[in-house]
Design a protein around this ligand. Structure first.
Ligand code: HEC
Length: 116
């Protein structure tokens, strides 16, 4: 009887810990939800949408060196609307107000992890 009760207590504890309460600054989760449809789960841009827009690979050393945290933050907040060299429309939704500064920071940390 006692064993069952402590098992029950343990199960409740696990459930409480797994609640999504602290998940709001999870870069991997936000990347999946808001970025990977275009940039791909691995950041290489090899998605249908990525091909159509001519999205480059953001995991290369050069890319990571060129794009500072400030520049990435700016892109996420303001979005993009431009043409690539081969005339493809490159559009990225501005997410200012949709993501907290903590979420953006977590996204950048995730993006750095995608690098080679
Ligand atoms: C609707 C498709 C789309 C979505 C969704 C999207 N992006 Fe982009 N993103 C683009 C395109 C297109 C480019 C330009 C790619 C290039 O030039 O190689 C781009 C470029 C970027 C750049 C480089 C900025 C620049 O000037 O080239 C960063 C950083 C970036 N995206 C981050 C993100 C993050 C983080 C998310 C999720 C919050 C995201 N993107 C979601 C389409 C998208």
């Amino acid at each position: 009887m006692r064993a069952w009760m402590s098992l029950g207590a343990a199960a409740i504890l696990v459930l409480v810990c797994l609640r999504p309460a602290h998940a709001d600054a999870d870069g991997a989760k936000d990347w999946k939800a808001k970025c990977q449809a275009c940039h791909g789960p691995d950041g290489k841009g090899k998605t249908k949408q990525g091909e159509k827009m001519g999205i480059g690979d953001i995991t290369t050393k050069e890319w990571q060196a060129t794009f500072t945290d400030a520049k990435i933050t700016e892109t996420i907040e303001k979005g993009l609307n431009r043409k690539s060299k081969d005339g493809k429309v490159q559009k990225m939704t501005a997410l200012k107000g949709k993501l907290t500064p903590e979420q953006i920071k977590a996204l950048i940390a995730h993006l750095r992890k995608l690098a080679k």
